[in-house]
Design a protein around this ligand. Structure first.
Ligand SMILES: [Zn+2]
Length: 414
């Protein structure tokens, strides 16, 4: 990067972040779900920015917005830069959006310089990554990678609208979702820039980092069934308190995960029945979310945890049922792309920090189609999925510079 243009990325990115954040289903916090009128508005706005950056713009069969900047000749295979435009409920404004806006900024810079690369560059704003509306994430990136699950078309949202119906209302043809799939030879690589959503870069004093792996995850639904009883009359020694058993289980999750720096475990949801202050809890359901960059760390911990949970329940005379409701293997980022990103960070003057991503990203779905590489940008306090999510303009600038450098360094790119 040279001279005056380096300072323009950050300011433009931050102002566009605010423009996109204004497109919200609720007035008091950012919520933008897949195939809503606000999704349409976001696609329109992002499409306009893509056009301004010299790209031809289209919406694909699943509702992703895609801009394409041709290379030295038309129709060349493309490097894809993407992230998502949907949000969680009461979201932050950088999660997903930053990657799309930064991609457009980089192409805009190529366009301003009149530069064509030996490959095309496409920027993708995925319509669904968070999965809030239909309880299934990565709908946009799975469709583009050719892994859309047709059975999901029958999935219904909270208002009893099926995915197929929502697509039709959005102007899409649910029978043609498969058309969103790209052919592997047409996609050279997938790059995603995303806020870290964790505190590592901040603790290291670094604006950017290279993602090594997108962590694998296991989610469990655990049910404990004891015996409800009168809180005043049943002696402690004769109780089968399901909630006390759950407490032991939760501490076991914490203990097992604390034993390894490579592991995180969370019990984020719990419900006790009958749920009265003067009744011994008879049954409890809780979730376990277990993640690790290396699959063996997760599966070993899972085995250990199963034994501990079952032992805790048995000791208390409480029945336990453990159901595995989700399992995803970890997805490693491509070594060559990661080195390119590391090189770009180094040339920008920062120490290279490599770190795994504990959160899932579109890159995990795109790895089914092409080699993937990810750049993380520092966010304040590691806070995300929260209206307080925040980054500085200087860090937005840093991320854009790295991404732009990666495009220039991409084999055949300079
Ligand atoms: Zn995200």
């Amino acid at each position: 990067m040279t001279g005056t243009t380096t300072d323009t990325f950050g300011a433009e990115i931050m102002s566009r972040i605010d423009d996109l954040a204004a497109l919200s289903e609720s007035p008091d916090g950012l919520t933008r779900r897949y195939l809503t009128p606000e999704h349409r508005q976001a696609n329109d706005l992002v499409g306009r920015w893509m056009g301004d950056a010299g790209m031809t713009v289209r919406q694909d069969a699943v509702g992703n917005i895609i801009g394409r900047y041709e290379g030295v000749s038309e129709g060349l295979p493309a490097v894809l830069i993407g992230s998502h435009l949907d949000t969680v409920v009461m979201a932050g404004k950088f999660d997903g959006m930053l990657g799309v806006i930064t991609g457009i900024a980089c192409v805009g810079e190529l366009n301003r310089r009149g530069r064509r690369l030996p490959f095309a560059v496409e920027v993708v704003g995925f319509g669904d990554e968070e999965g809030v509306r239909f309880q299934s994430g990565y709908l946009g990136s799975h469709a583009l990678a050719g892994n859309f699950e047709p059975a999901l078309l029958e999935r219904r949202d909270a208002d009893d609208i099926s995915l197929a119906e929502a697509m039709t209302a959005f102007g899409l043809d649910p029978a043609r979702v498969g058309d969103a799939a790209r052919r592997a030879p047409d996609v050279l690589a997938y790059l995603e820039l995303h806020i870290e959503q964790g505190p590592v870069l901040e603790s290291q004093g670094l604006p950017v980092g290279v993602v090594t792996t997108i962590a694998g995850a296991t989610r469990l639904a655990v049910s404990l069934t004891g015996e409800a009883g009168h809180a005043g009359t049943v002696p402690m020694t004769l109780r089968h308190d399901a909630l006390a058993a759950a407490a032991e289980c939760i501490l076991a999750v914490e203990r097992v995960c604390a034993e390894s720096p490579n592991l995180v475990g969370t019990v984020g949801q719990i419900a006790a029945e009958p749920g009265a202050s003067n009744v011994i809890p008879g049954s409890v359901r809780f979730t376990v979310d277990l993640r690790a960059a290396e699959d063996p760390h997760r599966t070993t911990a899972l085995d250990e945890l199963m034994v501990l949970l079952e032992a805790a329940a048995k000791r208390r005379g409480v029945a336990i049922e453990i159901e595995k409701v989700h399992e995803a293997a970890s997805v490693p980022c491509d070594a060559q792309l990661s080195d390119l990103i590391a090189g770009a960070i180094e040339r920008s003057g920062w120490r290279v920090q490599r770190l795994p991503s504990g959160a899932g990203h579109d890159a995990a779905a795109m790895a089914g189609l092409a080699p993937v590489g990810m750049v993380f940008v520092r966010c304040e306090g590691g806070v995300s999925h929260n209206p307080a999510e925040s980054i500085t303009a200087a860090d937005a600038e840093a991320g854009a510079r790295v991404l732009f450098q990666v495009l220039n360094d991409f084999p055949g790119g300079s």
